[in-house]
Design a protein around this ligand. Structure first.
Ligand code: ADP
Ligand code: MG
Length: 321
């Protein structure tokens, strides 16, 4: 459905995108994951024909985006990082405007009403866009991307700036869209990819450093899972007893205290769930454990695990499936 071959984008002497290649099949839901400045928006803007490339090719369902941009763009619904919304239009007016702009031929009123219902904007359709909250405006951005029922949906950081409830709503919407569309979304949040995408392409400094099934990435980064435990007991004994549990790699006091309990960082070996034995050891010793929480892996530590620094400082690309 999407074929990107040796894509390059140069700004002066810097490469925002440096030789990226990947293919995305029909019906896939793929996350483009990377920190700020990685090249996610640049890649997406090129895929959607909003930005020119310095080298390489992009085929959208077999159509070259450079040679036939109109035809290629028709197949794509795009939510840019900063969606261009007309502040002085109502939601409904804006949707009709986009409908005209895209030269859409689906039954107009029915199609637009359907989209507004899908993204839960029906109640505010007569409101001016300028008067909507950030969450609602983001939904208008999503709604305009769905006009014309495009086969491919490309969303650049769709949940940035939303509150937790809105984030869950947008993620649910993405999952439901993925049933009938090919979806690419970019994010700098690992958990977003883990909760929504089947496949993740990780980019950093304009290069792909991993292209894997999400479950495989999750396994790689959870190699050595970490928990934080808060236990009210003599520190030396806790370290000794928990350290003796099979599968526990290390027990390190963090220095943090919670009442009479001290916090410990417990690292386990891959694939071993140490939570029950940790509980039982504390119970047998009558040590009150007032907390046991997984320590979530942030993107930073993912990179440390994925990037092989020994390789002359170069990024090591993980094997592809
Ligand atoms: P991301 O979306 O992953 O945060 P971007 O694609 O926006 O990253 O940016 C990638 C790199 O390209 C960054 O280093 C950014 O500073 C640079 N860049 C993006 N747009 C421009 C531009 N118009 N001119 C010069 N440099 C740019
Ligand atoms: Mg961006």
């Amino acid at each position: 459905m999407i074929k990107v071959d040796h894509l390059m984008k140069r700004y002066g002497s810097n490469y925002a995108v440096n030789d990226i290649s990947f293919e995305i099949g029909k019906g896939e839901i793929v996350g483009l994951l990377g920190p700020n400045g990685a090249g996610k928006s640049t890649t997406m803007n090129i895929l959607t024909g909003f930005l020119s490339m310095s080298g390489g090719t992009v085929l959208i369902d077999g159509v070259n985006i450079l040679e036939n941009p109109m035809e290629a763009k028709k197949k794509i619904g795009f939510l840019p990082e900063q969606p261009p919304l007309y502040q002085d239009m109502t939601v409904e007016e804006f949707m009709h405007f986009v409908y005209e702009l895209k030269g859409c031929t689906l039954p107009e009123a029915e199609h637009i009403d359907g989209i507004l219902a899908t993204v839960k904007l029906t109640d505010v359709k007569k409101r001016l866009i300028r008067n909507l909250s950030k969450g609602y405006r983001q939904r208008v951005g999503i709604a305009q991307a769905l006009v014309g029922n495009p086969e491919i949906i490309i969303f650049d950081e769709p949940t940035v700036g939303l509150d937790p409830k809105q984030i869950l709503e947008v993620r649910n919407l993405l999952r439901s869209l993925a049933k009938e569309h090919t979806v690419i979304l970019s994010t700098h949040i690992l958990q977003e990819v883990q909760s929504v995408c089947e496949r993740v392409i990780i980019i950093n400094h304009g290069k792909i450093i991993a292209d894997e099934k999400t479950e495989d990435i999750t396994r790689t980064i959870e190699d050595g899972y970490q928990y934080q435990a808060k236990i009210a007991a003599p520190s030396g004994e806790v370290i000794k007893a928990l350290g003796a549990i099979a599968g526990v790699k290390s027990v390190i006091p963090t220095g943090e205290r919670d009442g009479d309990a001290a916090a410990y960082l417990i690292e386990s070996e891959r694939g071993i769930d140490i939570r029950k034995p940790v509980f039982f050891v504390c119970a047998e010793n009558k040590w009150p454990m007032i907390g046991l929480m997984p320590v979530s892996t942030d993107l930073e530590s993912v990179f440390i695990r994925l990037v092989d620094k020994s390789d002359g400082g170069n990024l090591k690309v993980l094997k592809k499936h």
